[in-house]
Design a protein around this ligand. Structure first.
Ligand code: 0O2
Length: 207
């Protein structure tokens, strides 16, 4: 059996998938509650939509190789923070921090790592706030912390990231003249509009 086949068999084992799926379900239920809470506070919807996925085995293998790690179950589960991933799309860019704060307030979760690619966008122009949270999962009297990556971004940032994923991210398009420069420039334009929309909302709220 090849190392890829061995990893596939272990990572796709029903019990392993169940643990990740459970951790994502718990997190999504919490996020729905946080959205209800914020909606009540602000008299408007804060989260526009969310989605969840378990990383495919192919993508796990590619990421392990990209990170220079050994392709095996132990490295995948131990090193990758995003085998379980949730994407939260908010209406406005300031909502991102409201959601992140609500996650930090959850006493039964542990925020393991935070990355703010909104304040410090990636070279590509990618913007989002990433939180890695540990969700306790109990099975057969044993409690284990399962990591879930939560990507929080605005509707506008999501538009850019979705198109970037289709055209450039993890693709060779960056080698085409001007592509990297242009996609980064569009990210700046979108961020500008995102901030103007926020200012507009604030002016309207003051009335
Ligand atoms: P996929 O297929 O979306 O899952 P960590 O190990 O937690 O420290 P990690 O995961 O190595 O950090 O890197 P990072 O940059 O913090 O987060 C990576 C994820 O952010 C990616 O996951 C993408 O989902 C997203 N991302 C990062 N940069 C870009 C970008 O330039 N464009 C787009 N569209 N998305 C980006 P994966 O596993 O690479 O991909």
């Amino acid at each position: 059996m090849s190392i890829e086949e061995e990893l596939k068999e272990q990572i796709e084992a029903p019990m392993v998938r169940l643990k990740y799926a459970f951790a994502m379900d718990v997190m999504q239920a919490k996020l729905r509650m946080m959205n209800a809470d914020l909606t009540e506070q602000k008299s408007r919807q804060v989260i526009r939509n969310m989605s969840a996925r378990i990383k495919t085995t192919d993508s796990i293998i590619k990421k392990l190789i990209r990170k220079g790690r050994k392709v095996c179950f132990k490295e995948a589960v131990g090193e990758l923070n995003d085998i379980a991933g949730i994407r939260v799309v908010c209406y406005f860019c300031d909502d991102i921090y409201e959601v992140a704060e609500k996650i930090r307030e959850q006493r039964d979760l542990r925020v393991i790592k935070e990355k703010d690619y909104v304040k410090n966008p990636k070279k590509s122009g990618y913007q989002s706030v990433h939180l890695i949270v540990g969700v306790p999962v109990t099975y057969l009297d044993k409690t284990e912390e399962v990591r879930v990556e939560i990507q929080i971004r605005s509707f506008a940032m999501d538009y850019w990231a979705e198109l970037d994923t289709q055209m450039c991210y993890k693709k060779d398009a960056g080698q085409i003249e001007n592509v990297e420069r242009e996609i980064k420039a569009y990210s700046d334009v979108i961020a500008g509009v995102d901030n103007q929309m926020l200012e507009l909302r604030r002016r309207i709220e003051k009335m």
